[in-house]
Structure formats: C-alpha cells, structure tokens
Design a protein around this ligand. Structure first.
Ligand code: KIV
Ligand code: ZN
Length: 432
C-alpha cells in the first residue's frame, strides 16, 4: 500500500494519454558488489562486501550479483563464505559473472558449488567496434564463441544437480550493436542453454556506454522483445549505464518497452558516470503509485552503509536522499509548503506543493524543510514560529516580522536557526 497515485492524474477514460504506464515493479538485480565494486578506487574487502550484501538483503533485493570469482580471490572467498556459512536467505539468488573462457567458467561454477540456486552470468562484447578493434572476430566467430561456452557451462553445471542453475547472458555493448546481430547471438544462447519451463534464461541488454537518447534504447529493447525465441522462458533484463545522465530514463523507457528486470547500483555507483541508480528508479515508481517492493523507509541508514562501503560521498542534491532535497530556501516555496502541510490530512493521498514525496516515508523529518535566510518569505517564517515555538501571528504581523528576519539574515549573510528566529521574535515583541 502506498499513498501515491500517478501524477499528473490520468483520466482513465482517455486511453490516448499516456499511451503506456509502468504498473508493477520489475525484478531487481543489484550489481553493487560487482559493477559498482569494480569502479571503486579501492575495491571492497571481504568484510565490506559481506556487510553490504547483508544490507542489500535487508532492503529486499532477491537477486544480487556478488562478484567475479574467477577474476578475484576476494570475490571467490566471499562467495564461498556466503554459501558455506549459509548467509544467503532461501528467497535470495546470488549471481556470479564470468567471461567466455573454459577455465574461468569452470572456476566460477566451483565457486558456487553447493548453493541452492545460482545465476551464472556470461557476457561478451558484440558491437562492431569491439569485434574489429578489440577481438578481431567476425559475427560468426562471436556467435560460435557464445554457443561453445553456453554448452560448456551446461556440461559443468550438470555435475552439481543439487543446485538450481540459471543462465544470464549479456551481449555487452548491445546498445552499439546491429540489432540483427544481437538477436542472432541472444537466440544462440537461448537455444544452446535449451531454455524451457524448468530452464529459464535471463537475456540482459546493457547500455554498456550510454550513447543515445532513452527512446532509442527503448526501441532496441522493444525490437528484441518482439523477436526473441522461446520468449515465454526468457526474462528480459536491462542494464543501463549513465554516461549521458539518462540511466534512469533509459530504464523507465525500457520497462515501458517490455523489459521485466532491471540491473543497477544503489545511488548510481558504477563505471564512469555510474550504473542505473536503483534508488531513484524505485522511488520514482513509488511516487507513481507502484510499490517497488524494496524498503527505503530509512534511507539515511542505507546511505551510511553505501558511503562506508564505497568511500564515495552522495551528492547533497541527489534525488530522495541528498541532504538538501527536503529543504526550501525561497519564500514562495516555503509558503506553499506550509499551506500544504496545514491542508494535508493524515490518511489522504500526498499533496504538499514542491515535495514530490512525504519525507517521513524515507525516515526523514520535516526539520530541515523550512530554513530561514535572506530570501525567506512570511509564510515559511510563520510556519516555523508556529511549529517550533507555538506562536501564531496575524497576517500583518507576519509581513512586518518577516522583513525584520530578512534584514538580520542579510546583515549576517547567514542562515538563521529556528532558535534565532524565536529569540528575534521574543526580543521584538515580547521583551519588556
Ligand atoms: O555494462 C555492461 O555491459 C556490463 C555487462 C557485463 C553486463 O556490465
Ligand atoms: Zn555494466
């Protein structure tokens, strides 16, 4: 249950607009421990990884990419520790990534042996630039590489029948590849895995480097969605990066185009300008009336754990979590917010001007909403005096007193605290 409805309100009788809406949360995969981790100055050690894993479970993630165990001893040890010490809840599926090489696949499968359910993530770059410059391979050779290693993986996992194995195949650089080539290679992976009712496959389409507007990516996703073989046994996933600053928009457009699953990192950590920000996407859904099935009710605690894990600060204007996103400096905003709070009934849909979400839903308070500086107007000052000092001023007094507050704030070139405003009120009107 949440108290939001789509904004702007949609006339359901008018089916022309908007043509599509997102009506349910996607399957989430967090790659904080893999893509996020590989982009840190100092990759997380085992203790930090295990701590962040716990937090991700606590937030409600059911699919968690835990690392690249064939490439990193820390990752191998972390994965073994998670499995041997039974730290993975039954409803959570870890994912491990590997490149297309027999020795790496063999080691990756060993790293997760004994797990209840695992996703093995195979990837290789397929776009023309990579085929030509990086690998010197033809399309047929790339396809052959995928076919061979998917079959090899099938043989490997068959040795551990007590584990439920899923395959995720990512055509890395998908957004820069020819669609016919992407389709041919993904369908090869689907066939070689022999996807079926008891053998689903995740096809994960990345914007490895975001190079086009979100609608272009959405068209690419839609095109694949319409043509993939054995579609009912395929979970269609996307993995946006944020090079153009539109990772969240890409994910939203991709969901409208048929994607069912989304990969990203908390607060948009990740290579270059980051992976898709899972928190922003989840809370965008929440404000549209779609519960994300993730728990951000104490967002400051999440931010603390992530900042400790990544050693990267979160920007003060970061959507939903930044220190400044529930503050209003301008008088007209403060006035509107004050009126909104006064009119907001406890059980009604959220409707406070300038605040797209109730800060309390994120464990935040209103304390910082009204801050008083030289630009503050009478409404905000009156709201603050009423809330913190129990003073209700008549309108003429509000006008007079706000001019006094502004003068003091301008003279001191600083923000005034609520206490200072209270003291100023006392010394102006109540002092003998
Ligand atoms: O960005 C990317 O393409 C990746 C793949 C490995 C999915 O991280
Ligand atoms: Zn990535």
């Amino acid at each position: 249950e949440n108290k939001y409805r789509p904004f702007p309100p949609i006339d359901l009788a008018d089916r022309r607009w908007p043509s599509r809406t997102i009506n349910e949360a996607p399957v989430w995969l967090t790659t904080d421990l893999r893509d996020g981790n590989q982009a840190l100055f100092e990759p997380m050690n085992a203790t930090r990884k295990l701590r962040l894993f716990e937090e991700l479970v606590h937030l409600g993630f059911k699919e968690i990419e835990v690392g690249f165990p064939a490439a990193s001893q820390t990752d191998f040890d972390v994965v073994r520790c998670l499995i041997d010490e039974r730290r993975v809840p039954r409803d959570v599926t870890p994912m491990v990534m590997t490149q297309l090489r027999e020795d790496l696949i063999e080691k990756t499968v060993r790293s997760v042996a004994g797990a209840q359910r695992v996703i093995i993530h195979l990837y290789n770059a397929i776009a023309p630039l990579w085929r030509r410059v990086v690998f010197g391979l033809s399309v047929a050779e790339v396809e052959q590489l995928v076919a061979h290693h998917v079959r090899f993986l099938r043989e490997q996992v068959a040795q551990y029948p007590q584990t439920e194995w899923l395959l995720q195949y990512s055509p890395e650089t998908f957004c820069m590849a020819e669609l016919e080539v992407s389709l041919r290679i993904c369908n090869t992976a689907i066939r070689c895995w022999d996807a079926g009712p008891s053998r689903p496959i995740i096809i994960n389409l990345p914007t490895t480097v975001e190079v086009a507007t979100p609608n272009v990516f959405a068209d690419q996703v839609e095109w694949m969605n319409d043509r993939l073989e054995r579609r009912e046994h395929v979970v269609l996933s996307v993995h946006p990066h944020n090079d153009r600053g539109t990772g969240v928009a890409c994910a939203e457009q991709a969901l409208l185009a048929g994607a069912q699953r989304v990969e990203g990192c908390l607060f948009g950590n990740g290579e270059r300008s980051g992976n898709l920000d899972l928190v922003t996407l989840a809370l965008n859904l929440y404000t549209q009336g779609v519960h994300p099935r993730l728990d951000f009710s104490d967002i400051a605690a999440v931010a603390r754990v992530v900042e400790q894990s990544t050693a990267l600060p979160i920007h003060p204007r970061h959507p939903y979590v930044g220190d400044l996103v529930f503050t209003a400096f301008s008088g007209s905003h403060q006035d509107a917010i004050a009126k909104g709070f006064a009119a907001q009934a406890a059980d009604a849909l959220w409707a406070v001007p300038y605040l797209p979400i109730d800060p309390r839903d994120l464990g935040r308070t209103y304390d910082s909403i009204v801050r008083v500086n030289g630009q503050s107007g009478k409404g905000g000052i009156a709201f603050l005096l009423h809330r913190d000092h129990g003073v209700t001023m008549p309108r003429r007094m509000q006008i007079e007193f706000s001019a006094i507050v502004q003068q003091l704030a301008d003279a001191s070139e600083a923000e005034l605290t609520s206490e200072e405003v209270g003291e100023l009120f006392e010394s102006t009107y109540l002092a003998p």
